[in-house]
Write a protein that binds this ligand. Structure first.
Ligand SMILES: *[C@@H]1O[C@H](CO)[C@@H](O)[C@H](O)[C@H]1NC(C)=O
Ligand SMILES: *[C@@H]1O[C@H](CO)[C@@H](O)[C@H](O)[C@H]1NC(C)=O
Ligand SMILES: *[C@@H]1O[C@H](CO)[C@@H](O)[C@H](O)[C@H]1NC(C)=O
Length: 509
Protein backbone atom coordinates (compact mmCIF):
# COMPACT_ATOMS: atom_id res chain seq x y z
CA UNK A 1 0.00 0.00 0.00
CA UNK A 2 2.74 2.39 1.05
CA UNK A 3 4.67 1.56 -2.11
CA UNK A 4 1.63 2.26 -4.26
CA UNK A 5 1.00 5.59 -2.54
CA UNK A 6 4.65 6.53 -2.88
CA UNK A 7 4.68 5.59 -6.56
CA UNK A 8 1.51 7.54 -7.17
CA UNK A 9 2.98 10.48 -5.33
CA UNK A 10 6.17 10.26 -7.38
CA UNK A 11 4.17 10.05 -10.61
CA UNK A 12 2.10 13.05 -9.62
CA UNK A 13 5.19 14.99 -8.72
CA UNK A 14 6.84 14.15 -12.05
CA UNK A 15 3.88 14.90 -14.22
CA UNK A 16 3.18 18.11 -12.33
CA UNK A 17 2.82 21.04 -14.62
CA UNK A 18 5.19 23.91 -14.00
CA UNK A 19 4.94 27.56 -14.93
CA UNK A 20 7.90 28.42 -17.10
CA UNK A 21 9.03 31.78 -18.41
CA UNK A 22 11.40 32.06 -21.37
CA UNK A 23 13.24 35.09 -22.70
CA UNK A 24 14.86 34.43 -26.08
CA UNK A 25 15.71 37.87 -27.30
CA UNK A 26 18.20 37.77 -30.19
CA UNK A 27 16.22 38.64 -33.34
CA UNK A 28 17.87 36.11 -35.64
CA UNK A 29 16.06 33.21 -37.22
CA UNK A 30 19.07 30.91 -36.87
CA UNK A 31 19.07 31.37 -33.09
CA UNK A 32 15.34 31.11 -32.61
CA UNK A 33 14.96 27.86 -34.56
CA UNK A 34 17.18 26.24 -31.96
CA UNK A 35 14.98 27.44 -29.09
CA UNK A 36 11.51 26.98 -30.59
CA UNK A 37 11.44 23.18 -30.18
CA UNK A 38 12.18 23.62 -26.47
CA UNK A 39 9.17 25.77 -25.71
CA UNK A 40 6.90 23.78 -28.01
CA UNK A 41 7.89 20.50 -26.38
CA UNK A 42 7.59 21.86 -22.83
CA UNK A 43 4.06 23.09 -23.54
CA UNK A 44 3.10 19.76 -25.10
CA UNK A 45 4.26 17.99 -21.95
CA UNK A 46 1.73 19.94 -19.94
CA UNK A 47 3.80 22.87 -18.66
CA UNK A 48 2.38 26.38 -18.79
CA UNK A 49 4.93 28.23 -20.89
CA UNK A 50 5.22 31.98 -21.50
CA UNK A 51 7.96 33.08 -23.91
CA UNK A 52 9.30 36.35 -25.20
CA UNK A 53 10.47 35.77 -28.75
CA UNK A 54 10.87 37.65 -32.02
CA UNK A 55 9.87 34.43 -33.84
CA UNK A 56 6.62 33.10 -32.32
CA UNK A 57 5.36 29.73 -33.58
CA UNK A 58 1.78 31.05 -33.76
CA UNK A 59 0.29 27.58 -33.55
CA UNK A 60 -3.16 27.73 -31.97
CA UNK A 61 -3.16 24.04 -31.11
CA UNK A 62 -0.43 24.73 -28.53
CA UNK A 63 -2.91 25.75 -25.86
CA UNK A 64 -0.42 25.78 -22.97
CA UNK A 65 1.84 28.25 -24.72
CA UNK A 66 1.70 32.05 -24.50
CA UNK A 67 4.04 33.79 -26.93
CA UNK A 68 4.89 37.46 -26.51
CA UNK A 69 5.97 38.76 -29.88
CA UNK A 70 9.11 40.91 -29.78
CA UNK A 71 9.69 40.99 -33.54
CA UNK A 72 9.92 44.78 -33.40
CA UNK A 73 13.51 44.25 -32.23
CA UNK A 74 14.45 42.99 -35.72
CA UNK A 75 14.65 46.68 -36.63
CA UNK A 76 17.42 47.27 -34.09
CA UNK A 77 19.55 44.55 -35.63
CA UNK A 78 18.85 45.79 -39.13
CA UNK A 79 19.80 49.33 -38.18
CA UNK A 80 23.06 48.14 -36.64
CA UNK A 81 23.79 45.90 -39.57
CA UNK A 82 26.10 43.15 -38.51
CA UNK A 83 28.12 42.32 -41.64
CA UNK A 84 30.10 45.54 -41.85
CA UNK A 85 30.77 45.87 -38.15
CA UNK A 86 31.64 42.32 -37.39
CA UNK A 87 33.59 41.29 -40.48
CA UNK A 88 36.20 38.82 -39.42
CA UNK A 89 39.16 41.15 -40.01
CA UNK A 90 37.89 43.64 -37.45
CA UNK A 91 39.52 43.46 -34.07
CA UNK A 92 37.77 40.97 -31.83
CA UNK A 93 37.05 43.19 -28.87
CA UNK A 94 35.01 45.38 -31.23
CA UNK A 95 32.82 42.39 -32.05
CA UNK A 96 32.23 41.72 -28.38
CA UNK A 97 31.39 45.34 -27.63
CA UNK A 98 29.14 45.56 -30.68
CA UNK A 99 27.25 42.47 -29.57
CA UNK A 100 27.01 43.90 -26.06
CA UNK A 101 25.55 47.18 -27.26
CA UNK A 102 23.03 45.72 -29.70
CA UNK A 103 21.89 43.00 -27.28
CA UNK A 104 21.52 45.57 -24.56
CA UNK A 105 19.25 47.70 -26.72
CA UNK A 106 17.19 44.65 -27.67
CA UNK A 107 16.97 43.42 -24.09
CA UNK A 108 15.83 46.81 -22.84
CA UNK A 109 12.99 46.58 -25.35
CA UNK A 110 12.12 43.12 -23.98
CA UNK A 111 12.28 44.38 -20.39
CA UNK A 112 9.93 47.26 -21.15
CA UNK A 113 7.36 44.84 -22.55
CA UNK A 114 8.03 42.45 -19.68
CA UNK A 115 7.41 45.05 -16.97
CA UNK A 116 3.97 45.69 -18.44
CA UNK A 117 3.18 42.04 -19.10
CA UNK A 118 4.25 40.80 -15.68
CA UNK A 119 1.86 43.13 -13.88
CA UNK A 120 -0.92 42.09 -16.26
CA UNK A 121 -0.17 38.41 -15.86
CA UNK A 122 0.26 38.80 -12.08
CA UNK A 123 2.29 35.75 -12.65
CA UNK A 124 4.96 33.94 -10.76
CA UNK A 125 6.98 31.27 -12.39
CA UNK A 126 8.67 28.08 -11.20
CA UNK A 127 11.55 28.34 -13.65
CA UNK A 128 13.07 30.90 -15.99
CA UNK A 129 14.80 30.06 -19.30
CA UNK A 130 17.07 32.72 -20.77
CA UNK A 131 19.16 33.09 -23.88
CA UNK A 132 22.64 33.65 -22.43
CA UNK A 133 23.79 36.23 -24.96
CA UNK A 134 23.87 39.11 -22.50
CA UNK A 135 24.35 39.14 -18.73
CA UNK A 136 21.59 41.72 -18.25
CA UNK A 137 19.05 38.96 -18.89
CA UNK A 138 19.95 37.52 -15.47
CA UNK A 139 18.19 40.52 -13.97
CA UNK A 140 15.13 38.27 -14.23
CA UNK A 141 16.71 36.28 -11.41
CA UNK A 142 16.06 39.28 -9.18
CA UNK A 143 12.40 39.56 -10.21
CA UNK A 144 11.74 35.82 -9.85
CA UNK A 145 13.71 34.05 -7.16
CA UNK A 146 13.57 30.72 -8.96
CA UNK A 147 16.10 28.51 -10.77
CA UNK A 148 17.36 29.92 -14.08
CA UNK A 149 18.50 27.82 -17.02
CA UNK A 150 20.59 29.38 -19.77
CA UNK A 151 20.28 28.30 -23.40
CA UNK A 152 22.90 29.22 -25.98
CA UNK A 153 22.77 28.61 -29.72
CA UNK A 154 26.55 28.76 -30.24
CA UNK A 155 29.59 27.90 -28.16
CA UNK A 156 29.67 29.83 -24.86
CA UNK A 157 31.35 33.23 -24.49
CA UNK A 158 34.42 33.55 -22.27
CA UNK A 159 32.56 35.24 -19.43
CA UNK A 160 29.85 32.55 -19.49
CA UNK A 161 32.54 29.86 -19.29
CA UNK A 162 33.92 31.76 -16.27
CA UNK A 163 30.48 32.00 -14.69
CA UNK A 164 30.25 28.18 -14.47
CA UNK A 165 33.95 27.53 -13.92
CA UNK A 166 34.74 25.98 -17.30
CA UNK A 167 38.43 26.12 -18.23
CA UNK A 168 39.28 28.50 -21.09
CA UNK A 169 42.65 27.54 -22.49
CA UNK A 170 43.46 30.19 -25.14
CA UNK A 171 45.10 27.70 -27.52
CA UNK A 172 43.11 24.50 -26.96
CA UNK A 173 39.77 26.33 -26.75
CA UNK A 174 40.04 29.86 -28.08
CA UNK A 175 37.07 32.19 -27.86
CA UNK A 176 34.35 31.27 -30.35
CA UNK A 177 34.87 34.55 -32.21
CA UNK A 178 38.59 33.94 -32.59
CA UNK A 179 39.63 33.43 -36.20
CA UNK A 180 41.93 30.39 -36.44
CA UNK A 181 41.55 29.80 -40.18
CA UNK A 182 45.34 29.66 -40.57
CA UNK A 183 45.79 27.34 -37.59
CA UNK A 184 47.81 28.16 -34.49
CA UNK A 185 51.26 29.66 -34.97
CA UNK A 186 53.20 31.66 -32.38
CA UNK A 187 51.53 34.89 -33.51
CA UNK A 188 47.96 33.62 -33.16
CA UNK A 189 48.79 31.93 -29.85
CA UNK A 190 49.98 35.25 -28.46
CA UNK A 191 46.96 37.02 -29.92
CA UNK A 192 44.60 34.53 -28.28
CA UNK A 193 46.30 34.82 -24.87
CA UNK A 194 46.27 38.63 -25.02
CA UNK A 195 42.63 38.58 -26.17
CA UNK A 196 41.61 36.32 -23.27
CA UNK A 197 43.19 38.77 -20.81
CA UNK A 198 41.89 41.88 -22.55
CA UNK A 199 38.37 40.43 -22.76
CA UNK A 200 38.29 39.91 -18.99
CA UNK A 201 39.52 43.43 -18.29
CA UNK A 202 36.90 45.00 -20.54
CA UNK A 203 34.14 42.67 -19.44
CA UNK A 204 34.55 42.73 -15.68
CA UNK A 205 35.61 46.38 -15.32
CA UNK A 206 33.38 48.01 -17.88
CA UNK A 207 30.56 45.77 -19.17
CA UNK A 208 29.43 44.16 -15.92
CA UNK A 209 29.20 47.38 -13.84
CA UNK A 210 27.20 48.95 -16.69
CA UNK A 211 24.83 45.98 -16.88
CA UNK A 212 24.45 45.99 -13.12
CA UNK A 213 23.24 49.60 -13.18
CA UNK A 214 20.76 48.73 -15.93
CA UNK A 215 19.50 45.65 -14.11
CA UNK A 216 18.86 47.73 -11.00
CA UNK A 217 17.05 50.32 -13.07
CA UNK A 218 14.55 47.70 -14.22
CA UNK A 219 14.29 45.34 -11.25
CA UNK A 220 15.09 47.48 -8.24
CA UNK A 221 18.04 48.93 -6.34
CA UNK A 222 18.12 46.03 -3.88
CA UNK A 223 18.89 43.47 -6.60
CA UNK A 224 22.04 41.39 -6.09
CA UNK A 225 25.07 42.27 -8.24
CA UNK A 226 24.34 41.11 -11.80
CA UNK A 227 27.48 38.96 -11.97
CA UNK A 228 26.34 37.09 -8.84
CA UNK A 229 22.97 36.49 -10.47
CA UNK A 230 24.77 35.18 -13.55
CA UNK A 231 26.91 32.85 -11.44
CA UNK A 232 23.73 31.55 -9.78
CA UNK A 233 22.53 29.97 -13.05
CA UNK A 234 21.40 26.39 -12.43
CA UNK A 235 22.29 24.87 -15.77
CA UNK A 236 23.31 25.87 -19.29
CA UNK A 237 22.12 24.06 -22.40
CA UNK A 238 24.60 24.75 -25.17
CA UNK A 239 24.51 23.93 -28.85
CA UNK A 240 27.97 22.42 -29.19
CA UNK A 241 29.38 18.96 -29.68
CA UNK A 242 32.86 17.46 -29.92
CA UNK A 243 32.43 16.83 -33.65
CA UNK A 244 31.79 20.35 -34.94
CA UNK A 245 33.68 22.09 -32.15
CA UNK A 246 37.10 21.77 -30.63
CA UNK A 247 37.01 19.15 -27.88
CA UNK A 248 36.85 20.85 -24.46
CA UNK A 249 36.49 19.92 -20.78
CA UNK A 250 33.04 20.79 -19.47
CA UNK A 251 31.68 21.15 -15.91
CA UNK A 252 28.50 19.07 -15.30
CA UNK A 253 26.44 22.26 -15.16
CA UNK A 254 26.91 22.65 -18.92
CA UNK A 255 24.89 20.20 -21.01
CA UNK A 256 25.55 19.88 -24.72
CA UNK A 257 22.44 19.57 -26.86
CA UNK A 258 22.42 19.72 -30.62
CA UNK A 259 20.52 19.23 -33.85
CA UNK A 260 17.60 20.90 -32.12
CA UNK A 261 16.02 22.24 -35.27
CA UNK A 262 16.53 19.25 -37.55
CA UNK A 263 12.99 18.50 -38.73
CA UNK A 264 11.41 15.59 -40.57
CA UNK A 265 11.24 16.10 -44.34
CA UNK A 266 8.52 18.35 -45.75
CA UNK A 267 7.41 18.53 -49.35
CA UNK A 268 9.13 21.28 -51.31
CA UNK A 269 7.15 24.09 -52.94
CA UNK A 270 6.12 22.90 -56.44
CA UNK A 271 8.31 25.36 -58.41
CA UNK A 272 11.45 24.56 -56.42
CA UNK A 273 10.82 20.82 -56.64
CA UNK A 274 10.46 21.07 -60.44
CA UNK A 275 13.57 23.20 -60.76
CA UNK A 276 15.68 20.82 -58.67
CA UNK A 277 14.27 17.74 -60.47
CA UNK A 278 15.12 19.24 -63.85
CA UNK A 279 18.67 20.19 -62.81
CA UNK A 280 20.15 16.78 -63.49
CA UNK A 281 23.58 18.30 -64.13
CA UNK A 282 23.65 19.28 -60.45
CA UNK A 283 22.74 22.28 -58.30
CA UNK A 284 24.83 24.63 -56.22
CA UNK A 285 22.82 25.91 -53.29
CA UNK A 286 23.95 29.36 -52.17
CA UNK A 287 22.77 30.77 -48.85
CA UNK A 288 24.77 32.91 -46.47
CA UNK A 289 22.19 32.53 -43.72
CA UNK A 290 19.74 34.90 -42.13
CA UNK A 291 22.25 37.42 -40.73
CA UNK A 292 24.47 37.97 -43.75
CA UNK A 293 22.48 39.44 -46.59
CA UNK A 294 23.98 38.62 -49.99
CA UNK A 295 22.90 41.97 -51.38
CA UNK A 296 25.00 43.85 -48.85
CA UNK A 297 28.16 41.91 -49.63
CA UNK A 298 31.03 44.06 -50.92
CA UNK A 299 30.41 44.88 -54.60
CA UNK A 300 33.78 43.47 -55.71
CA UNK A 301 33.20 40.18 -53.86
CA UNK A 302 29.69 39.97 -55.26
CA UNK A 303 30.98 40.43 -58.80
CA UNK A 304 33.50 37.63 -58.35
CA UNK A 305 30.82 35.32 -56.95
CA UNK A 306 28.39 36.06 -59.78
CA UNK A 307 31.02 35.54 -62.47
CA UNK A 308 32.27 32.32 -60.91
CA UNK A 309 28.76 30.91 -60.58
CA UNK A 310 27.84 31.85 -64.15
CA UNK A 311 30.76 29.81 -65.49
CA UNK A 312 29.84 26.63 -63.64
CA UNK A 313 28.31 23.69 -65.47
CA UNK A 314 25.60 23.53 -62.78
CA UNK A 315 22.43 25.36 -61.90
CA UNK A 316 22.48 27.67 -58.93
CA UNK A 317 19.75 28.27 -56.37
CA UNK A 318 20.53 31.46 -54.43
CA UNK A 319 18.82 32.98 -51.42
CA UNK A 320 18.75 36.63 -52.42
CA UNK A 321 16.78 39.05 -50.25
CA UNK A 322 16.42 41.99 -52.64
CA UNK A 323 13.90 42.48 -55.44
CA UNK A 324 16.68 43.63 -57.70
CA UNK A 325 19.54 41.39 -58.88
CA UNK A 326 21.97 43.17 -61.21
CA UNK A 327 23.49 41.01 -64.01
CA UNK A 328 21.82 37.80 -62.94
CA UNK A 329 23.41 34.89 -64.86
CA UNK A 330 21.18 32.51 -66.83
CA UNK A 331 21.89 29.50 -64.62
CA UNK A 332 20.92 31.30 -61.39
CA UNK A 333 17.47 31.20 -59.78
CA UNK A 334 16.82 33.31 -56.68
CA UNK A 335 14.22 33.35 -53.95
CA UNK A 336 13.91 35.59 -50.92
CA UNK A 337 13.35 32.66 -48.67
CA UNK A 338 14.14 28.99 -49.16
CA UNK A 339 13.26 25.87 -47.12
CA UNK A 340 16.88 24.97 -46.59
CA UNK A 341 16.58 21.57 -44.93
CA UNK A 342 14.33 20.21 -47.65
CA UNK A 343 16.47 21.64 -50.45
CA UNK A 344 19.61 20.08 -49.00
CA UNK A 345 17.71 16.80 -48.95
CA UNK A 346 17.27 16.83 -52.75
CA UNK A 347 19.51 14.37 -54.60
CA UNK A 348 20.63 16.89 -57.25
CA UNK A 349 22.15 19.35 -54.78
CA UNK A 350 25.91 18.88 -55.06
CA UNK A 351 27.41 21.73 -53.04
CA UNK A 352 26.21 24.10 -50.36
CA UNK A 353 27.94 27.50 -50.31
CA UNK A 354 27.52 28.69 -46.75
CA UNK A 355 28.78 31.35 -44.37
CA UNK A 356 29.42 28.52 -41.91
CA UNK A 357 26.66 29.10 -39.37
CA UNK A 358 26.28 26.25 -36.93
CA UNK A 359 22.69 25.46 -37.88
CA UNK A 360 23.59 25.36 -41.57
CA UNK A 361 26.46 22.99 -40.86
CA UNK A 362 24.15 20.69 -38.93
CA UNK A 363 21.65 20.66 -41.77
CA UNK A 364 24.31 20.01 -44.37
CA UNK A 365 25.75 17.08 -42.45
CA UNK A 366 22.32 15.61 -41.79
CA UNK A 367 21.63 15.71 -45.54
CA UNK A 368 25.19 14.70 -46.58
CA UNK A 369 25.88 17.74 -48.78
CA UNK A 370 29.57 18.86 -48.77
CA UNK A 371 30.22 22.58 -48.44
CA UNK A 372 32.21 25.56 -49.56
CA UNK A 373 32.55 27.82 -46.52
CA UNK A 374 32.75 31.59 -46.88
CA UNK A 375 32.91 32.78 -43.25
CA UNK A 376 32.00 36.38 -42.49
CA UNK A 377 31.86 36.98 -38.75
CA UNK A 378 31.26 35.70 -35.23
CA UNK A 379 31.80 31.95 -34.83
CA UNK A 380 31.78 31.31 -38.58
CA UNK A 381 35.58 31.26 -39.10
CA UNK A 382 35.97 28.71 -36.29
CA UNK A 383 33.14 26.56 -37.67
CA UNK A 384 34.58 26.60 -41.19
CA UNK A 385 38.03 25.79 -39.83
CA UNK A 386 36.58 22.67 -38.21
CA UNK A 387 34.61 21.81 -41.35
CA UNK A 388 37.80 21.87 -43.46
CA UNK A 389 39.62 19.78 -40.84
CA UNK A 390 36.84 17.21 -41.03
CA UNK A 391 37.33 16.98 -44.80
CA UNK A 392 33.71 17.76 -45.63
CA UNK A 393 34.35 20.96 -47.55
CA UNK A 394 36.69 23.75 -48.56
CA UNK A 395 36.98 27.32 -47.42
CA UNK A 396 37.38 30.51 -49.41
CA UNK A 397 38.10 33.97 -48.07
CA UNK A 398 35.58 36.43 -49.47
CA UNK A 399 38.00 39.30 -48.82
CA UNK A 400 40.79 37.94 -51.01
CA UNK A 401 39.35 35.25 -53.29
CA UNK A 402 39.59 35.34 -57.09
CA UNK A 403 37.03 34.00 -59.52
CA UNK A 404 39.28 31.06 -60.44
CA UNK A 405 39.82 30.13 -56.80
CA UNK A 406 36.13 30.12 -56.03
CA UNK A 407 35.27 28.14 -59.18
CA UNK A 408 37.99 25.61 -58.48
CA UNK A 409 36.81 25.15 -54.88
CA UNK A 410 33.18 24.63 -55.93
CA UNK A 411 34.07 22.15 -58.69
CA UNK A 412 36.43 20.26 -56.44
CA UNK A 413 33.78 19.84 -53.72
CA UNK A 414 31.11 18.94 -56.29
CA UNK A 415 33.16 16.38 -58.20
CA UNK A 416 35.73 14.93 -55.83
CA UNK A 417 34.12 11.91 -54.18
CA UNK A 418 36.26 12.19 -51.03
CA UNK A 419 34.10 14.99 -49.61
CA UNK A 420 30.88 12.98 -49.97
CA UNK A 421 32.45 9.86 -48.51
CA UNK A 422 33.65 11.81 -45.48
CA UNK A 423 30.30 13.48 -44.92
CA UNK A 424 28.38 10.16 -45.09
CA UNK A 425 30.62 8.77 -42.35
CA UNK A 426 30.31 11.95 -40.35
CA UNK A 427 26.53 11.88 -40.56
CA UNK A 428 26.51 8.42 -38.96
CA UNK A 429 28.74 9.66 -36.19
CA UNK A 430 26.78 12.86 -35.74
CA UNK A 431 23.39 11.20 -35.43
CA UNK A 432 24.57 8.42 -33.11
CA UNK A 433 23.17 9.91 -29.88
CA UNK A 434 21.47 8.41 -26.81
CA UNK A 435 18.51 10.78 -27.24
CA UNK A 436 17.49 13.70 -29.41
CA UNK A 437 18.62 17.21 -28.53
CA UNK A 438 15.06 18.27 -27.73
CA UNK A 439 14.42 15.29 -25.45
CA UNK A 440 17.72 15.89 -23.70
CA UNK A 441 16.89 19.57 -23.16
CA UNK A 442 13.45 18.82 -21.77
CA UNK A 443 14.83 16.07 -19.53
CA UNK A 444 17.37 18.45 -18.00
CA UNK A 445 14.85 21.27 -17.61
CA UNK A 446 12.48 18.93 -15.76
CA UNK A 447 15.41 17.65 -13.69
CA UNK A 448 16.08 21.19 -12.46
CA UNK A 449 12.34 21.60 -11.77
CA UNK A 450 12.20 18.35 -9.80
CA UNK A 451 15.11 19.37 -7.58
CA UNK A 452 14.46 23.10 -7.37
CA UNK A 453 17.84 23.92 -8.91
CA UNK A 454 21.09 22.08 -9.45
CA UNK A 455 23.44 23.49 -6.84
CA UNK A 456 25.24 20.17 -6.55
CA UNK A 457 26.52 20.50 -10.13
CA UNK A 458 28.24 23.79 -9.43
CA UNK A 459 32.01 23.82 -9.63
CA UNK A 460 33.97 25.33 -6.74
CA UNK A 461 35.92 27.27 -9.35
CA UNK A 462 33.02 29.72 -9.66
CA UNK A 463 33.67 31.18 -6.20
CA UNK A 464 37.45 31.26 -6.46
CA UNK A 465 39.40 34.37 -7.25
CA UNK A 466 41.63 34.14 -10.34
CA UNK A 467 44.56 34.33 -7.96
CA UNK A 468 43.52 31.09 -6.27
CA UNK A 469 42.30 29.46 -9.49
CA UNK A 470 45.71 29.77 -11.15
CA UNK A 471 47.29 28.59 -7.87
CA UNK A 472 49.29 31.79 -7.58
CA UNK A 473 48.87 31.64 -3.79
CA UNK A 474 50.40 28.15 -3.76
CA UNK A 475 53.25 29.19 -6.04
CA UNK A 476 53.91 32.20 -3.86
CA UNK A 477 54.19 30.00 -0.77
CA UNK A 478 56.38 27.49 -2.62
CA UNK A 479 58.55 30.29 -3.91
CA UNK A 480 58.87 31.71 -0.43
CA UNK A 481 59.77 28.30 1.06
CA UNK A 482 62.31 27.71 -1.70
CA UNK A 483 63.79 31.16 -1.19
CA UNK A 484 64.04 30.74 2.58
CA UNK A 485 65.54 27.25 2.21
CA UNK A 486 68.17 28.45 -0.20
CA UNK A 487 68.95 31.33 2.09
CA UNK A 488 69.20 29.10 5.16
CA UNK A 489 71.37 26.59 3.33
CA UNK A 490 73.66 29.31 2.12
CA UNK A 491 73.92 30.72 5.66
CA UNK A 492 74.71 27.24 7.03
CA UNK A 493 77.32 26.64 4.36
CA UNK A 494 78.90 30.01 5.07
CA UNK A 495 78.89 29.35 8.81
CA UNK A 496 80.44 25.92 8.50
CA UNK A 497 83.09 27.27 6.15
CA UNK A 498 84.06 30.03 8.53
CA UNK A 499 84.09 27.57 11.47
CA UNK A 500 86.36 25.29 9.46
CA UNK A 501 88.61 28.19 8.58
CA UNK A 502 88.65 29.27 12.21
CA UNK A 503 89.61 25.75 13.35
CA UNK A 504 92.24 25.56 10.63
CA UNK A 505 93.69 28.89 11.73
CA UNK A 506 93.79 27.97 15.41
CA UNK A 507 95.48 24.66 14.51
CA UNK A 508 98.08 26.45 12.47
CA UNK A 509 98.67 28.88 15.25
C1 LIG B 1 -1.84 21.43 -21.57
O1 LIG B 1 -1.46 21.03 -20.27
C2 LIG B 1 -2.29 20.08 -19.65
C3 LIG B 1 -1.77 19.83 -18.25
O2 LIG B 1 -1.44 21.04 -17.63
C4 LIG B 1 -2.29 18.81 -20.47
O3 LIG B 1 -3.17 17.86 -19.89
C5 LIG B 1 -2.70 19.10 -21.91
O4 LIG B 1 -2.56 17.94 -22.70
C6 LIG B 1 -1.84 20.21 -22.49
N1 LIG B 1 -2.35 20.57 -23.79
C7 LIG B 1 -1.60 20.62 -24.90
C8 LIG B 1 -2.26 20.99 -26.15
O5 LIG B 1 -0.41 20.37 -24.90
C1 LIG C 1 0.99 22.88 -34.44
O1 LIG C 1 1.36 22.03 -33.38
C2 LIG C 1 0.88 20.70 -33.47
C3 LIG C 1 1.30 19.99 -32.20
O2 LIG C 1 2.67 19.95 -32.10
C4 LIG C 1 1.42 20.04 -34.74
O3 LIG C 1 0.89 18.74 -34.86
C5 LIG C 1 1.05 20.88 -35.96
O4 LIG C 1 1.68 20.34 -37.10
C6 LIG C 1 1.51 22.31 -35.75
N1 LIG C 1 1.02 23.11 -36.85
C7 LIG C 1 1.81 23.86 -37.61
C8 LIG C 1 1.16 24.68 -38.67
O5 LIG C 1 3.02 23.89 -37.45
C1 LIG D 1 19.91 31.52 -6.67
O1 LIG D 1 19.05 30.57 -7.28
C2 LIG D 1 18.13 29.97 -6.38
C3 LIG D 1 17.34 28.95 -7.16
O2 LIG D 1 18.18 28.02 -7.81
C4 LIG D 1 17.22 31.02 -5.79
O3 LIG D 1 16.35 30.43 -4.87
C5 LIG D 1 18.06 32.08 -5.10
O4 LIG D 1 17.23 33.13 -4.66
C6 LIG D 1 19.11 32.64 -6.04
N1 LIG D 1 20.00 33.52 -5.33
C7 LIG D 1 20.26 34.76 -5.75
C8 LIG D 1 21.22 35.55 -4.92
O5 LIG D 1 19.76 35.22 -6.73
Amino acid sequence: MLVVTLTLFALLRHSQSAKILGMFFIPAHSHQVMYQPIWRELSLRGHQVTVFTPNPLRNSSLTNLTEIDTSLTYDILRREYIGDKMAKDIYLIDSMLWLEKVSEEILEENFKIAKKTFTELESDFDLVLVETFHSLVYGLGCRFKVPIIGVHSLGLFLHTQDAVGNPTHPVLNPDIFFNVMEGFNMYSKIRSVVYNLWYRLVYYWYVIPKNDRLSKKYWGEDCPYIRDLEKNVSLILVNTNPILHLVRPQVPQVVEVGQMHIAPKNVLPRDIQDYLDASTQGVVYFNLGSNVRSASFKISARKIIIEALSELPYNVLWKWEDDHFPDKPKNVVTRKWLPQQDILGHRNVKVFITQGGLQSLEESITNCVPMVGMPVFADQPLNVYKMVQLGIGRSVDHMTMTKEELKEAIRDVAENKKYREKIYKLKDLFSDQPMSGVDKSVWWIEYVLRHGGAKHLRSAAVDMSWFEYYLLDVFLVLFFVAFVSVYLISVCVKLSFSTLRFKHKTKLN
